[in-house]
Design a protein around this ligand. Structure first.
Ligand SMILES: [Zn+2]
Ligand SMILES: [Zn+2]
Length: 132
């Protein structure tokens, strides 16, 4: 597990606040609503049985702050833990979902609203596989 040190928002450079949900402690930016999830936390969150929807509703401050996305595209975004450059991940099935990930520590940064998008898609897909 990564250390408990508070991280700064990779986009706004302000200290993120700890948000505890289920058994996870994630970091959220009070300025842009973005979420930092350490490696494994995103999967853990999306696979939380029953509680996922509620957990996500608690965490995700979406919709995204007006104009923030476009501005962020051009700026260099660094991992708040190890200062590696974050890469942008695009969901191939849902190209409007883009989030940043760190290839060194496996952390992910989601803009406000993205977690909801991601989880709804995931839940729908899971449901689809269950139905005949
Ligand atoms: Zn921020
Ligand atoms: Zn990192």
């Amino acid at each position: 597990m990564p250390d408990d040190k508070a991280v700064s928002c990779p986009k706004c450079h302000v200290k993120m606040e700890r948000v505890k949900v289920e058994r996870l402690a994630t970091d959220r930016c009070h300025k842009c609503g973005g979420l930092w999830l350490d490696q494994g936390e995103l999967d853990a969150l999306l696979s939380t049985r029953g509680g996922a929807k509620q957990a996500i509703a608690t965490l995700d401050a979406g919709p995204a702050v007006e104009g923030s996305r476009a501005r962020h595209v051009v700026s260099r975004v660094e991992c708040p833990r190890d200062k590696s450059r974050l890469i942008t991940i695009v969901d191939r099935k849902q190209p409007h979902i883009q989030f940043e990930a760190c290839t060194s520590c496996g952390g992910t940064f989601l803009d406000a609203g993205e977690l909801k998008d991601l989880s709804e898609r995931t839940l729908r897909e899971r449901l689809a596989t269950l139905l005949p």
